[in-house]
Ligand binder design. Structure first.
Ligand code: NAP
Ligand code: ZN
Length: 335
């Protein structure tokens, strides 16, 4: 019998506790991965607290995983034992719907998130469909690449999909795990980059990461001062914001794209979108193809997470620090 050992949460908001389970026989299309690193995404915190009403307890959180393939199912032809791979938000999809056939597996209605209804990466091992175990370029360090598997793809995909280019003026709202990588990708796309933050002590680092400008959103009137300035605004914040002020900060044809989801309905005046042809959109993570592309771009442009390392056994400390917005900028658990 092979056992997987990890840290699970048994009720909304509870502490992580040691947990083990028997994953059964390795399924024909699955790989088993020995986990070396796992990032702590704020989505793990939302799942631990059941903020989205989709958590199924007990479960092991964690979906920014890097490790080594130690087992391959009988039908796996794309991965080999010993390969270093990463796993993000998604562990499986149906493989046959329109979206899977188009290589947009992240939009599959039967998508299986890595740690919803399954056990994730705060553990020694994990099993996923081999299509979702993504080879990691050798130049990338495991600790710095783990956060790219969710935070990285979540900020890369919308910039790529919405055509961010050297002439673009991009704003990244919220400089946490996602945002600090968002600044780096926006720079890699050649854009003029502005960081929007509630933490003025992040200004110097945001600029080192590639931001040309820094807006302290706690300053009254700060958003008014940047009215009409941006082609693309990416919000990584999960709290309610003055969305109208951000729409007003867009140039004509500009887009406000949400990757963090605020709890309340957004209040926006229709006319402020209509007359200047502006748009509001949302974006999830990305497909396996997008993940490989994003890792290549990260390797070429030196995009990497700034990490705070915790032993796997200290996962509760990491979660507490994420909740307090004290991590600079991504907690990574190591085995
Ligand atoms: P994080 O590391 O906690 O960073 C979030 C940042 O938001 C904070 O560092 C802070 O930045 C800012 N912030 C926090 N509270 C705020 C408030 N009340 N008002 C304004 N700004 C605030 O979280 P993360 O891991 O980057 O994740 C961010 C959000 O994206 C989460 O809600 C997560 O669930 C979501 N997410 C979505 C996807 C997707 O597929 N779309 C994927 C991953 C994560 P400053 O200190 O700079 O203000
Ligand atoms: Zn995530």
């Amino acid at each position: 019998m092979s056992e997987i050992h990890g840290l699970a949460v048994h009720a909304a908001g509870a502490q992580l506790l040691p947990y083990k389970f028997d994953p059964g026989e390795l399924q024909p299309h699955d790989v088993e991965i020995k986990i070396s690193h796992c990032g702590v995404c704020h989505s793990d915190v939302h799942l631990i607290d059941n903020d989205w009403g989709i958590s199924k307890y007990p479960f092991i959180p964690g979906h920014e995983i890097v490790g080594t393939v130690v087992g391959v199912g009988s039908d796996v032809t794309d991965r080999t034992i010993g390969e270093r791979v990463g796993v993000g938000w998604q562990a499986d999809s149906c493989g046959i719907c329109d979206w899977c056939r188009r290589g947009e597996e992240h939009l599959c209605a039967k998508s299986q998130p890595t740690c919803v209804g399954r056990n994730g990466g705060f553990a020694d091992k994990i099993r996923v469909n081999s299509r979702f175990a993504i080879p990691v370029p050798s130049v990338l360090e495991s600790e710095q690449v783990a956060p790219l598997m969710c935070a990285g793809i979540t900020v890369y995909a919308p910039m790529r999909n919405h055509g961010v280019r050297p002439s673009s003026r991009v704003g990244v709202i919220g400089i946490g795990g996602l945002g600090h990588i968002g600044i780096q990708f926006a720079k890699a796309f050649g854009a003029e980059v502005t960081a929007f933050s509630t933490s003025k002590d992040k200004e110097a680092e945001a600029k080192e990461l590639g931001a040309h400008h820094f807006v302290n959103t706690r300053d009254t009137g700060a958003l008014k001062k940047v009215a009409g300035a941006f082609d693309f605004l990416l919000s990584t914040v999960s709290a309610d914001q003055d969305w109208q002020a951000y729409v007003n900060a867009l140039r004509p044809k500009g887009m406000l794209c949400l990757v963090g989801a605020a709890p309340s309905p957004m209040q926006i005046q229709g006319a402020s979108l209509v007359l200047t042809q502006k748009a509001i959109s949302g974006s999830p993570t990305g497909s396996p193809g997008d993940l490989s592309e994003m890792l290549d771009v990260a390797a070429r442009h030196g995009v990497k997470a700034i990490t705070e390392r915790f032993a796997m056994s200290k996962a509760n400390d990491a979660v507490t620090k994420v909740k307090k917005n004290q991590v600079r900028y991504r907690a990574v658990l190591t085995n």
